[in-house]
Ligand binder design. Structure first.
Ligand code: HEC
Length: 151
């Protein structure tokens, strides 16, 4: 049985960030407020923006791709940088997204993580972003990450 003192300590701890064996942090819920992303300049994703694709639909058209990269840059800054680092250069608390596989090969893994985040054993490593930000923002960020890619 936990003493009163013990449970108080547990409460304090639950608001801290725990390092894990993977070296990444587990985040207490409630500390991530999604920043809305204006994607109105991007074409809708057929049929309804809600059927999740496994390939970046903005990469094929250079004009659209450029717009997506611009929107993605600021969307990344508002929603991802605090964990994945400014300019996608990780400070070590979350994976470095410059090394995601290029092109279609990396799209599926990327969007899966974007949509669902990552949780194991009831701990949230990355909060899900799909619902809050939407698919258009997801592919915009992916388009910008393409510009940061490194082997
Ligand atoms: C609260 C911190 C946090 C935020 C905010 C966050 N992530 Fe993550 N992300 C993580 C962690 C930690 C992992 C590693 C998860 C694991 O080990 O299972 C991760 C993993 C990923 C991966 C898989 C990387 C790989 O190499 O396997 C992608 C892609 C990703 N995040 C994209 C994003 C994008 C895009 C955003 C912004 C929309 C974002 N993340 C916001 C913490 C975060």
């Amino acid at each position: 049985m936990l003493s009163v003192k013990g449970s108080r300590i547990a409460l304090v701890c639950s608001s801290l960030i725990f390092a894990t064996s993977a070296g990444y942090n587990v985040w207490a819920h409630g500390n991530v407020t999604p920043q809305a992303v204006d994607t109105s300049k991007l074409p809708d994703i057929k049929p309804d923006n809600k059927t999740w694709l496994t390939k970046n639909p903005y990469r094929d058209d250079p004009k659209v791709y450029a717009i997506a990269q611009k929107i993605g840059e600021s969307a990344y800054g508002g929603n991802c940088a605090r964990c994945h680092g400014l300019e996608a250069i990780s400070g070590g608390i979350a994976p470095d997204l410059r090394y995601l596989d290029k092109g279609e090969a990396g799209d599926e893994w990327y969007i899966q993580r974007f949509q669902h985040g990552s949780s194991r054993d009831g701990k949230v490593y990355m909060p899900p972003m799909g619902e809050a930000l939407g698919q258009k923002a997801g592919w915009a960020i992916r388009s910008w990450l393409d510009t940061k890619h490194e082997e």
